[in-house]
Write a protein that binds this ligand. Structure first.
Ligand code: BT5
Length: 245
């Protein structure tokens, strides 16, 4: 099916059998009138995107890949989209009995294995494509570091999973839009329990390749990770590895 329907939580949902990347497809379909919570999903991605041009594996019938349009109205909303989405997904999965740990900024892990990844791409200050991948079943070509809902004992079909996460995302997102200051304070408090990066010794690789070693001590009001190294360093973008304490 290739037509947009108004399904569940979405302002419109395009459901595709196969696409290069749902983020790219949403960008191709985007115009100034496209409503918030318009979404594209695909059963299989042939060139699913991770951050920094990396690859995201989405094999047919084994994974949820969805891209959702958000229309932030302030910089602080934009800053928090990735972490907000991670919190919403964690909360949604926990309601179904699965406790996951957030690795700053965009991974959902269980026992150190990656269940889900988030890729938010900013088109302009008021237009962000939020891409979410969640593994439902083991995939032939995903890395050894991957896990899936099935391997973790959670049986959920794709449509149900999509509805469950969209409901929670909407709730988190509209809290952030309605009163950013209060929502951010609540998110920071929630991260103390949901974010496994906090309190952990990390190696952080900065976009230029430089490495920083230290203890991750906080996530500030703009969503940056603060690493004590030993002076506090605020990281806006980095790849983080959790080291043994
Ligand atoms: C991410 O990047 O984790 C962001 C993934 C976002 C995927 C969604 S799917 C819907 C939407 N449309 C897209 O095209 N993308 C978004 P990053 O942190 O850079 O992690 C990428 C790394 O995760 C890869 O280099 C692999 O090591 C690993 N990886 C790839 N596929 C995986 C999978 N299915 N499960 C777990 N790990 C995977």
């Amino acid at each position: 099916m290739d037509s947009s329907t108004s399904k569940g939580q979405f302002a419109g949902l395009v459901e595709l059998a196969e696409v290069d990347s749902t983020n790219k497809e949403l960008l191709r379909r985007l115009d100034s009138e496209t409503p918030e919570f318009f979404a594209v999903t695909a059963d299989k991605q042939t060139a699913g995107l991770g951050r920094l041009g990396r690859n995201w594996v989405t094999e047919a019938g084994k994974s949820l890949a969805v891209s959702i349009l958000l229309r932030p109205t302030s910089r602080s909303q934009t800053d928090w989209i990735t972490i907000m989405a991670g919190l919403a997904l964690s909360s949604a999965l926990e309601k179904h009995g699965l406790v996951v740990s957030l690795k700053w900024p965009n991974d959902l892990l269980v026992d150190g294995k990656k269940l889900s990844g988030i890729l938010a791409e900013m088109v302009d200050l008021n237009t962000v494509v939020l891409g979410i991948g969640i593994n439902i079943k083991p995939q032939e070509h995903s890395p050894d570091t991957a896990t899936s809902l099935q391997e973790l004992g959670l049986k959920m079909e794709k449509d149900e999973l999509l509805e469950v996460i969209a409901t929670e995302l909407k709730s988190y997102w509209f809290r952030l839009k309605a009163d950013s200051k209060t929502a951010i304070a609540q998110f920071q408090a929630e991260l103390l329990t949901r974010c496994g990066t906090l309190g952990t010794r990390v190696r952080a690789e900065l976009p230029g390749g430089k490495n920083i070693y230290g203890v991750a001590i906080a996530i500030d009001e703009t969503g940056r990770l603060i690493v004590q190294a030993p002076e506090p360093v605020a990281l806006a973008a980095a790849d983080v590895w959790h080291l043994r304490n």
